[in-house]
Design a protein around this ligand. Sequence first.
Ligand code: KG4
Ligand code: ZN
Length: 389
Amino acid sequence: MLTVNKTLGVLCRLPKWQIHGFLRSFTFRPGKQFLHKLVLGIETSCDDTAAAVVDETGSILGEAIHSQTEVHLKTGGIIPSVAQQLHRENIEQIVKKTLCASGVTPNELSAVATTVKPGLALSLGVGLEYSLQLVNQYKKPFIPIHHMEAHALTIRITNKVDFPFLVLLVSGGHCLLAIVQGISDFLLLGKSLDMAPGDLLDKVARRLSLIKHPAYSTMSGGKAIEHLAKQGNRLHFDFQHPLHYCRNCNFSFSGLQTAVDKIITQKEKEEGVEKGHILSCAADIAAAVQHTVASHIAKRTHRAILFCQQRGFLTPSNAILVVSGGVASNLYIRRTLEIVTRATNCVLLCPPVKLCTDNGIMIAWNGVERLRAGLGILYNTEGLRYEPK
Ligand code: KG4
Ligand code: ZN
């Protein structure tokens, strides 16, 4: 009742002409004692077809996801046309399942938010086309979402994090450090000069033929490496740390990939193992690669924290490092980053593992953030395009 009373108070203060719009911006859910905005989020930027309905308090009313990981593992990487076909086959049922789980009809939605950048063109196209059809049919506002911004703000669903904060985004397509100054105000401090850490881990897992190992055959490359590494000794291999001579916050992983590839070829010769079979030292290689990735990421992040503290971007009261993206689900990497945050009096915050990898919740939440701030809400979607880069 408190919320209803508050709302009535706001209504009394509004001029008449605004009252109708104000009421329309809320959704009343019969049987519940509150009024709130509801956003449907749709994600198809890469290999997950995902959707969720989230309200403005961050409550997840319903969600559904269809992962293409197993299909792409079999073909040795994502084939864009295959990803597109799988998104097409699944998007409708994923959205219907989400709405059904939420107990929300399309008419009750305040807006639809969908990833339009960056990602695979063919994959983004499916989500956008479906969403535009939905918003046109139900006359709903549309909120285009930047996938990386959504990863960065996911933490605000579970924790009270005010702007500005430092964010490290590590995924299959990106690696970047940025100061988040507002909902769509990011100051980039560093990024990968070549490949992303998730991409490297996926390639190493493939090169180690982990798909042939029953325990890892259905896991993403990064997750498989994390699990295998637990049985390995990282000290058995020593990989050079990337960019140790560069005093900035950029990342690089392609040199490490070449070095790992070389070692695997050498070990295959030594062990008389044919390419495509699992080496006896696979766990040691996984542990050493994971360690090198973790310490490279930690060193660059350390530099970024020091820079932010020196320049006053991070003060003792808001010294927060948020880490998100698929690779942030890696507990070894999280623990390594914890060493850095402890040493610099920062607080490390990571979304729950389920919210680190791609999902519809983060897209819906970004829609909620934008709706609340009145940022980037489209009532006319004519000419709207997705942007792969
Ligand atoms: O954020 P995400 O789901 O999709 C992109 O936006 O790229 O990240 C996927 C990446 C993949 O490369 C996957 O191997 C990696 O995240 N990943 C992990 C773990 N789980 C997923 N990397 C390391 N450790 C994990 N536990
Ligand atoms: Zn992602």
